[in-house]
Design a binder for this molecule. Structure first.
Ligand SMILES: [Zn+2]
Length: 328
């Protein structure tokens, strides 16, 4: 489409003033106004504001003035993100050296197991909490299989009780309890809580990883499965497993900026297809660039609605069908 056409559509009424660089146009700036401070070079398909210094190409225009994310702007402009994102860096599957993650201490695992069991029982008794899972599409079989739970009260414990080094109290917030078990050993290795008392102004995170958890992605399903779907949140990966576990193996990073550990890296290198389905906000776009550099067989496939597969489910999307489309 081009910057000039966009500017016209936005009612800026750009006027041709010179033949510089194949045609120079002036107009008010969509951000800071004025009369003729906004310069468009039509041939180059670029713009610059002399006042606020905003400048860029068509993709940047949509980000600056239409509030789109990088990936959305690429989509609208008909530009493949990879063509813009890959000023090739030296990264490759062989130059990324993942960390070897250490399993949590025995005392941690024991306490975490007991806590998870307790929370699973609490969930069964609490209709409000159970409903939170059901509304997000989780079946009772899935809740049982993945030992999902409900912690009814926030706890502040002594770290030593969980085999951790002394420090601030160990915070275990009230909310939905999401344990991760090692695929091979079945050991409980990570504990995440989706806080039920979280609100938009909260300065603390909505998802809290309990101290001492193993810094690894959560993997659900058979890693030998050909298709590996990467999502951000554990609950999304579990829901994908419930809906389409026979079609794909799902991996939750537990945060857009998280990187795979050595085990997960091995799994990723062996996957014939990797589908990257993180939210296309700026953090997601930045993460995508890194992942695509390291795993060239990775394909971007953003959630079909909302910010995640879980949102899409609530919006009425058939997740199984959505995964099936990638396989076609
Ligand atoms: Zn401006």
């Amino acid at each position: 489409m081009g910057v000039l056409v966009l500017a016209r559509e936005d009612g800026l009424n750009p006027k041709r003033v010179a033949a510089t660089k194949g045609g120079e146009y002036h107009s008010p700036c969509p951000a800071c106004g004025g009369k003729d401070r906004f310069i468009i070079w039509d041939k180059l398909n670029r713009y610059m504001c002399r006042q606020c210094k905003k400048r860029g190409d068509e993709v940047q225009y949509r980000r600056d003035f239409h509030g789109l994310s990088f990936l959305e702007a690429c989509q609208k402009s008909g530009i493949a993100p990879k063509d813009k994102m890959l000023p090739k860096r030296a990264l490759s599957p062989f130059s990324f050296l993942p960390r070897i993650a250490k399993i949590p201490p025995g005392a941690w695992r024991k306490e975490a197991e007991a806590f998870t069991r307790y929370c699973h029982e609490q969930l069964k008794k609490d209709h409000f909490a159970l409903d939170l899972f059901h509304k997000r599409g989780f079946s009772n079989a899935t809740i049982d299989r993945f030992h999902l739970g409900w912690n009814p009260t926030s706890l502040w414990l002594e770290r030593s009780q969980w085999g951790l080094e002394e420090g601030k109290k160990l915070w275990i917030p009230k909310g939905l309890v999401i344990p991760t078990h090692d695929l091979a050993t079945k050991d409980l290795i990570r504990l995440k809580i989706r806080r039920s008392d979280w609100h938009e102004e909260d300065t603390l995170p909505k998802y809290v990883e309990i101290s001492g958890s193993m810094p690894v992605p959560s993997v659900y399903g058979d890693p030998k499965n050909k298709l590996l779907m990467i999502v951000e949140a554990e609950l999304d990966a579990i829901l994908l497993h419930q809906c389409a576990g026979d079609l794909c193996c799902s991996m939750a990073l537990g945060g857009a900026s998280k990187r795979p550990d050595a085990e997960a890296h091995k799994l990723l290198l062996n996957a014939s297809r990797i589908i990257f389905s993180l939210d296309v906000d700026s953090a997601g776009a930045k993460a995508y660039r890194w992942w695509k550099d390291v795993y060239p067989n990775l394909k971007l496939y953003p959630p079909p609605a909302g910010k995640s597969p879980g949102d899409a489910f609530i919006a009425g999307i058939d997740l199984r069908r959505w995964v099936g489309v990638v396989l076609d």
